[in-house]
Ligand binder design. Structure first.
Ligand code: GRF
Length: 193
C-alpha cells in the first residue's frame, strides 16, 4: 500500500504543487494525505484545495501532531514552512522530517538564503534537501544541486533559477526516501541504487 506523506507550507506553495503533480502523474508512489498550513493567507491553500488535497489550517503543534498520527503519516515534508518545530516534535518524528533550503548548506542558513548568497557575491549557490534535526538548517544532507550566479542576476532571476531546481530535486529526494534507499551513518547519507 502507498505510504502517506504530509507537506507543511506557509506561503506560495510551488514546491507543494511540484510534489503533488509528481504524485498525480504516478511518478511518486505515495498518498498526499495532508497539507498543513499555519497561514490563512497562504496561496498554497487554494493550490491544495484545487487538487482535492485535505488542508489543515493549524499552528498549534500538539494538534498538528494529532493529525499526523491520525493519518498515519510516514514522511513530513517541509516546503517553506515558516514555523520552527519544537525539539520534542522533531525527536518524535526522528529521520521522518525533511526540508528544502535554497542554498548549498552549510552556507547561507536562515530565512534569506537566496538574497544572502547574492549579496555575499558567491559565484555558485544552490539547493539542499536534508533531514531535519534539532538545529536550524543543519540535519544530514540527502541531495544538493548547484546553481550558478552570474553578474546580471537579480534576486528575482536567482529565485527563479533556484525554484526551478527545487521542483526537480525535492520529488527526487522524496522518492529515494520512500523507496528505502537512504541510510544514515552519522551525518553522512548513503544512497543505494
Ligand atoms: C523555497 O525556496 C524553499 O527552499 C524555502 O521556502 C521556499 C518555498 O517556496 N524553504 P514555495 O512556497 O514552495 O514556492
Amino acid at each position: 500500500m502507498n505510504k502517506n506523506i504530509a507537506v507543511f507550507a506557509s506561503g506560495r506553495g510551488s514546491n507543494f504543487l511540484a510534489i503533488a503533480k509528481e504524485i498525480k502523474k504516478g511518478r511518486l508512489k505515495c498518498r498526499l494525505a495532508l497539507l498543513v498550513c499555519d497561514n490563512p493567507e497562504a496561496a498554497v491553500i487554494s493550490k491544495a484545495k484545487n487538487m482535492g488535497i485535505k488542508v489543515i489550517l493549524e499552528s498549534n503543534e500538539a494538534k498538528i501532531a494529532g493529525y499526523i498520527k491520525k493519518e498515519k503519516v510516514h514522511l513530513i515534508i517541509l516546503a517553506g514552512f515558516m514555523r520552527v518545530l519544537s525539539k520534542e516534535f522533531i525527536r518524535k518524528h526522528k529521520n521522518r522530517i525533511i526540508n528544502i533550503h535554497p542554498s548549498l548548506l552549510p552556507s547561507f542558513k536562515g530565512r534569506q538564503g537566496i538574497k544572502d548568497a547574492l549579496d555575499y557575491g558567491v559565484r555558485i549557490t544552490g539547493v539542499t534537501v536534508h533531514f531535519v534535526d534539532e538545529l536550524i538548517d543543519h540535519g544530514p544532507i540527502i541531495l544538493q544541486e548547484a546553481v550558478k550566479i552570474d553578474m546580471f542576476d537579480t534576486i528575482r532571476s536567482l529565485e527563479e533559477k533556484i525554484h526551478q531546481i527545487e521542483h526537480g530535486i525535492y520529488p527526487k529526494a522524496i522518492k529515494l526516501f520512500l523507496d528505502g534507499k537512504l541510510s544514515l551513518k552519522g551525518r553522512r547519507i548513503r544512497i543505494s541504487h
